[in-house]
Design a protein around this ligand. Sequence first.
Ligand code: LLP
Length: 435
Amino acid sequence: MWSSSVQTGTELSIAGVTAKNLAKEFGTPAFIVDEVDFYERATAWNKALKESFGTNAGTVYYAAKAFICTEVARWINDVGIGIDVCTGGELAVALAGGIDPAKIELHGNNKSMAEIEKAVISGVGTIVIDSLYEVERVAAAATKANKVQKVLLRLTPGIEAHTHESIATAHEDVKFGFSIASGAAWDAIAAVRGHSSLELRGFHAHIGSQIFGYESFELSAQRLIGLLARYRDEFKSELPELDLGGGYGIAYLPDDVAVVPADAMKALSVAVTTNCQTHGLKIPTISIEPGRAIVGPTMLTLYEVGTVKDVTLESGLHRRYISVDGGMSDNIRPSLYDAEYTTVLANRTSTAKNVSSRLVGKHCETGDIVIREIDLPDDIVPGDLLAVPATGAYGRSMASNYNHVPRPPVISVKDGKARVIVRRETEDDLRMLDI
Ligand code: LLP
């Protein structure tokens, strides 16, 4: 839940810097990222993939959508893994961070022609094709650039992953990819094979996000390998790659148990090996795309309390509303997915009794809730700091300017030092686009 260098219990600190000092120097709300923890998590996934798949290990593509900025792209480059981008904007940041284009993979169900051309010209290693239109568009861009573009086909293996409906992606009724069951995948294979400017390397599937247990991943591998076998039977050659996506679950609450990279990769490797043996196939190169599992736990959000209000409910019960200086503009996940978070008092300790409280933001909306119900010390007052762990994934990256609230900065901490890697937005920034 917390990144490895966070100390709680007394005054909260991260990598040796206290919450109080961070708030004083950089203001609140702020996303605080533990740089060493980020490296460790990215390295752990890379190591797990390599140890479980050996010579068949492909690439760990960090899913940029979880969080990206130029400095984090540099970190990805330092760790030596690849990156999955799904828009021209994410591609631009990856390139600005110095990532080798060969280690970039482009996703998206509706990439523009400009995005596709930029990717092809930049030398992006793999483009994951999502529709028949895109087969033609990528082929045209590659022909125009006089290149042969490596591609994967995004497939929907028809799996109901156990997660929130909005973040499940591999059942049949979904906008992504080509269905295996309906035969759409087979049509896409034929279409790609019709273009000499495209090199079909294999298949991709991403079954959803915040998934625990390995069964859905194993089933996805099984279905993709089934199609590899059909391909081999039909065309007498084997496709060399599978990308099995991201989606590995992390801990948001004290009792949550995060997926362990080594265990997840071991389970996947058993599933891949067994299914390849069944079909008499060579084991393909296996790549994965964790986003949340790398960046999620590395960040916390630091808020300052602005008001504390007790409300008496019809039932006679009281509810305490603690308002902080951010909310749904820096964390939309509770509103969108009923996502649950926890928080602790970060600037001091308290021995006061706990009171059932609701942590809310500053937006003009009743649903602007960070934590629906949590026990917090009775003596919390305006000016106190609260830290919410595990906000690194889809927090800052899905932040908005709702109510014209400037988006928070991202502060990196390492070895007792803190520095800004994304600055705080200003009101001038907000007006910059107005004519
Ligand atoms: N690969 C593909 C093709 C994806 O679509 C995604 C996430 C990932 C990898 C990374 O998944 P991860 O390892 O981070 O779970 N906004 C939602 C999550 C949406 C995920 C979209 N795709 C949330 O806040 O939970």
